[in-house]
Design a protein around this ligand. Structure first.
Ligand code: XMP
Length: 509
C-alpha cells in the first residue's frame, strides 16, 4: 500500500487513483498520522500531497518528521516537497511569481525518478511557494524557467520531491513519474486489482455491520447498483434494497432493475410503487425547482414508509463517490445547487437515523464501473448513462401528465434504441429525449396536424460539470427523427439540441 498524507490538496484523491491505476493500492490518510500508525499499514512507499498552506506559516499542517527516518521511499508533491525540504533543512519562500499552468521542465540530472523522461517536457504547476535554497544534502533533478528545483532528491535519505503535479492530465508524462517511483524506487509489484478492492471492502463492510441489517436505496444507476451488488456479496440476505417507482422512470426501467437484482442476483428487493402519489403531487406544477422539491420530499416519504416496514435495520448503504464527497465539502453543493436543486437517491437526510455504509467513497466513476464489472453486473448497468433522480419530470418542460409521460417514454426509447444499435452508446455520455411544451403545425397524410415537439439531447462529458454536444451522425439523427414522428402518436417535429454546457445545462430543466 501507498498511503498518501493529505495536506488538503484538491488533487490528493487523484494521486491515489493514479497509483491504483498502476496496480498499487493507495489511500488517503491524515497528514499528522504517526510513524507507528503508518508502519501498521505496511507501506512500500509514502506520498505527501500538495496543499494550500505555506510551510513557514504557523499552524501549517506538518507530518511526523520521523517519516524521513523510516527507510521507506517518500515522494513529496508540491506542498509535500516543500514540507520535506523544510523539515530536512531547506528554505521555502514565496516564488518571485506565483506559477499556475503549463511549464517546460528540463531534466538536469539522471535519477530513477526522472528515468525515461525526455530532456524537455511539459508539466503542470500550481503553486505560490517553492523551495528557494536547496538544502546541501539535496540534488536538483529538473528545473523550469522560474523554478530551479522543480524536482529534487535527498542524497542519503529516500526522499524525492516534485514541485509540479504529475497526477493531472496536463502533465502528459506524469504517469511515468509514478511508474518510476512505484516500480523502480519502491519496488512495488503492481499486482493490485479492482478484484482486491472488492475483497478488501467486503471485509470492511462485514466488520462494520456485523450481523446488522442494511437498507440500500437502489435506483438502477451505476453507483447504487454497484453498492447493492457489493453488499450482497458481503452480507447476503442482511441487505434489503428499496427501489422507489416514482412514475417518472423510462420505459421498462423498473422491469430491468427488478430482473437484474431480484431474478439474477437474488437480492432482497422491495419495489415501492409510489407513482400515483408522485403524479398527484406534481399535477399542474411547472416550475422546475418546485418539481425537484416535491420529488425530493415524496421520495423521502416513500423511502421512509418502506424502511419502517423492515425490522431492525440499522444501516443505510449509499453510493457516494469521491466527487460527491468533494462537491459537498468544496462548494459545488453551494454554487451548483443554486442552479439546480439536485435531488438523488444518494441524498437521503441524516435524520433517518441510520449509520451510513459508503464503500465507494474513495473511488471515481470509472473505477466504480470496474468494480461493477468485477462483481459481474451486466454491461447495460455498468455502462449506464446517468439518469437524474427527478427522472422524466425534468425532461417534460411544463406540467406533467400521464399522456406526456407516454409520449416522452416512447420517443426516448427510440432515441436509445438507435443509439445502441449504431454503436454510439459508449461513445456518448448522456443521451435522451425531452418533450417541449409547444404545439407545432405539420402535415400528415393530407391533413393538418398540430402536435408536440421532441428535442434530442446528446452530450459528451468527462465529469458532467462541462459538456459538449455530440456530433451524432446525420443518418442516425435522421432515423431517430423519422421513427419518432412515425411511431410516436402526438409528435410531428423533432429538433436537435446543439448547446454546450456552460452556458446551457445538460438537462432542459
Ligand atoms: P445539468 O443539467 O445540471 O446536469 O447539466 C448535470 C448532470 O446531473 C444530472 N442531474 C441530476 N441528477 N438529480 C440527479 O440525481 C437531479 O436533480 C439532477 N439534475 C441534473 C444530469 O442528468 C446530468 O447527468
Amino acid at each position: 500500500v501507498i498511503p498518501i498524507l493529505d495536506f488538503g490538496s484538491q488533487y490528493a484523491q487523484l494521486i491515489a487513483r493514479r497509483v491504483r491505476e498502476k496496480g498499487v493500492y493507495s489511500e488517503l490518510v491524515r497528514p499528522d498520522i504517526s510513524v507507528e500508525d503508518l508502519k501498521k499499514l505496511n507501506p512500500v512507499g509514502i506520498i505527501l500531497s500538495g496543499g494550500p498552506s505555506s510551510v513557514y506559516v504557523e499552524g501549517a499542517p506538518r507530518c511526523d518528521p520521523r517519516i524521513f527516518d523510516m527507510g521507506i521511499p517518500v515522494l513529496g508533491i508540491c506542498y509535500g516537497m516543500q514540507l520535506g525540504a523544510y523539515i530536512l533543512g531547506g528554505e521555502v519562500k514565496p516564488a518571485a511569481a506565483r506559477e499556475f499552468g503549463r511549464a517546460k521542465l528540463h531534466v538536469t540530472s539522471q535519477d530513477p525518478l526522472v528515468h525515461g523522461l525526455p530532456d524537455d517536457t511539459t508539466v503542470w504547476m500550481s503553486h505560490g511557494d517553492q523551495v528557494h535554497d536547496l538544502p546541501k544534502d539535496f540534488i536538483a533533478l529538473a528545473a523550469t524557467p522560474t523554478c530551479p528545483f522543480a524536482a529534487a532528491k535527498h542524497k542519503t535519505r529516500p526522499f524525492w520531491g516534485v514541485q509540479f503535479h504529475p497526477e493531472v492530465t496536463h502533465t502528459p508524462r506524469g504517469a511515468l513519474i509514478f511508474e518510476n517511483f512505484l516500480y523502480e524506487i519502491c519496488k512495488a509489484k503492481g499486482d493490485w486489482t479492482m478484484g482486491n478492492f472488492v475483497e478488501q471492502n467486503i471485509r470492511k463492510v462485514r466488520e462494520q455491520v456485523g450481523s446488522g441489517k442494511v437498507i440500500c436505496g437502489l435506483s438502477g444507476g451505476v453507483d447504487s447498483s454497484v453498492v447493492a451488488a457489493l453488499l450482497h456479496k458481503a452480507i447476503g440476505d442482511q441487505l434489503v434494497c428499496i427501489f422507489v417507482d416514482n412514475g417518472l422512470l423510462r420505459k421498462n426501467e423498473r422491469e430491468l432493475v427488478e430482473r437484474t437484482f431480484r431474478d439474477h442476483f437474488h437480492i432482497n428487493l422491495i419495489t415501492s410503487d409510489a407513482s400515483e402519489q408522485f403524479l398527484r403531487e406534481l399535477k399542474g406544477v411547472t416550475d422546475p425547482q418546485q418539481k425537484r422539491k416535491i420529488i425530493g420530499r415524496e421520495f423521502i416519504e416513500a423511502f421512509k414508509r418502506e424502511a419502517k416496514s423492515i425490522d431492525g435495520a440499522a444501516y443505510l448503504a449509499q453510493g457516494t463517490l469521491y466527487p460527491d464527497v468533494i462537491e459537498s465539502g468544496h462548494g459545488y453543493a453551494g454554487t451548483a445547487a443554486n442552479i439546480k436543486l439536485h435531488h438523488n437517491v444518494g441524498g437521503l437526510p441524516a435524520e433517518l437515523g441510520f449509520e451510513l455504509v459508503e464503500p465507494l467513497r474513495e473511488l471515481f466513476k470509472d473505477e466504480v464501473r470496474k468494480v461493477g464489472e468485477v462483481l459481474g453486473l451486466p454491461e447495460n448497468i455498468v455502462w449506464r448513462h446517468p439518469f437524474p433522480g427527478p427522472g422524466l419530470a425534468v425532461r417534460i418542460i411544463g406540467d406533467i401528465t400521464p399522456e406526456k409521460l407516454r409520449v416522452l417514454r416512447d420517443a426516448d426509447e427510440i432515441v436509445l434504441e438507435e443509439l445502441v444499435s449504431n454503436g454510439l452508446y459508449r461513445k456518448t455520455s448522456q443521451v435522451f429525449a425531452a418533450l417541449l411544451p409547444i404545439g407545432t403545425v405539420g402535415v400528415m397524410g393530407d391533413a393538418r396536424s398540430y402536435d408536440s415537439v421532441v428535442a434530442i439531447r446528446a452530450v459528451e462529458s468527462e465529469d458532467f460539470m462541462t459538456a459538449d454536444w455530440s456530433r451524432l451522425p446525420y443518418d442516425v439523427l435522421a432515423t431517430m427523427s423519422n421513427r419518432i414522428i412515425n411511431e410516436v402518436r402526438g409528435v410531428n417535429r423533432v429538433v436537435y439540441d446543439i448547446s454546450s454546457k456552460p452556458p446551457a445545462t445538460i438537462e432542459w430543466e
